[in-house]
Ligand binder design. Structure first.
Ligand SMILES: [Zn+2]
Length: 279
């Protein structure tokens, strides 16, 4: 089966689920944001994507049935800005959590329904469970389509890359707990916010966790080697496997690691210099 990530095309993924990729491919968005259409007689749009006229038209064109709900996984600018516009066009109800005030969010998103953790949402013929998964952003939600054992993760889990965690709203401790929490739910595939469907879902979660813990060890080892170091000095040492053009983002995720390690009592910061505790 050829499941393309070409912008503008509505590609069927499984019963009652289609994907349209937004035309916003880039360093942080991979092939572009995945917008998912759930349902047939009534449609729920999940992560409508950036405010882009062509993408809006592609969504409207693909939906021959009325759009009743627009749900978002979180409110970063590549996921939610079309939500309000779609709702104004169609009368759809907005579902998601309000944008936190960190200056990196789509402030136009004003949800009408804020799902509780574990709440089951009946969206026409489609039932999904909303799961709160703070970490990548504090208002991240995953949506579980039990009938297909398919989990929509937004940027909590991505295909092929680990998501950036941008403090202070992004929180590495919360992220790790949210990864762990998903194991309690029954699903076998992941429909991420960017990239193709991930087939072996639980293995992907384990790999992400291992990747984060390996990075954490690398942070501690670099600090032991360097004695004490600023974020600027630590970044190239800890992310020597990541191209330099990504280092400004890596620096922020490194900060998220350090905040977690400080909370865990493993490192301490003094006047901008980090060092290992008890080394
Ligand atoms: Zn995001």
């Amino acid at each position: 089966m050829n499941l393309r990530l070409t912008p503008g095309e509505a590609v069927p993924l499984t019963a009652g689920v289609r994907r349209i990729v937004a035309p916003n491919a880039g360093l942080m968005t991979g092939p572009g944001t995945n917008t998912y259409l759930l349902g047939t007689r009534e449609i729920a749009v999940l992560d409508p994507g950036p405010n882009d006229a062509a993408h809006l038209q592609a969504i409207l064109r693909a939906c021959e049935a009325p759009i009743r709900w627009v749900a978002v996984t979180h409110t970063h600018a590549d996921h939610s800005p079309l939500a309000r516009i779609l709702a104004e066009r169609t009368g759809a109800r907005l579902i998601g959590l309000a944008p936190p005030a960190d200056g990196r969010q789509d402030e136009t998103f004003v949800p009408e329904h804020l799902p509780a953790d574990g709440e089951r949402l009946q969206l026409g013929g489609v039932a999904v469970t909303a799961i709160r998964t703070p970490g990548h952003a504090s208002n991240c939600l995953c949506y579980l389509l039990e009938s297909e054992r398919l989990l929509f993760t937004g940027d909590h889990v991505l295909e092929g890359v680990s998501p950036v965690i941008l403090p202070p709203d992004g929180d590495m401790s919360a992220y790790m707990q949210s990864l762990e929490k998903l194991h309690a739910y029954d699903f076998e595939r992941i429909a991420p916010g960017h990239g193709s469907v991930i087939e072996d879902a639980k293995r992907a979660l384990d790999m992400l966790k291992r990747h984060r813990l390996a990075r954490e060890s690398k942070v501690l080892n670099a600090l032991r080697r360097m004695g004490a170091a600023t974020l600027d000095r630590l970044t190239p040492a800890v992310y020597d496997d990541v191209p330099a053009e990504r280092h400004s983002w890596a620096r922020l995720t490194l900060e998220a690691h350090l905040i977690k390690l400080a909370r865990d009592g493993r490192v301490i910061v003094y006047e901008g210099s980090w060092r290992v505790l008890g080394a």
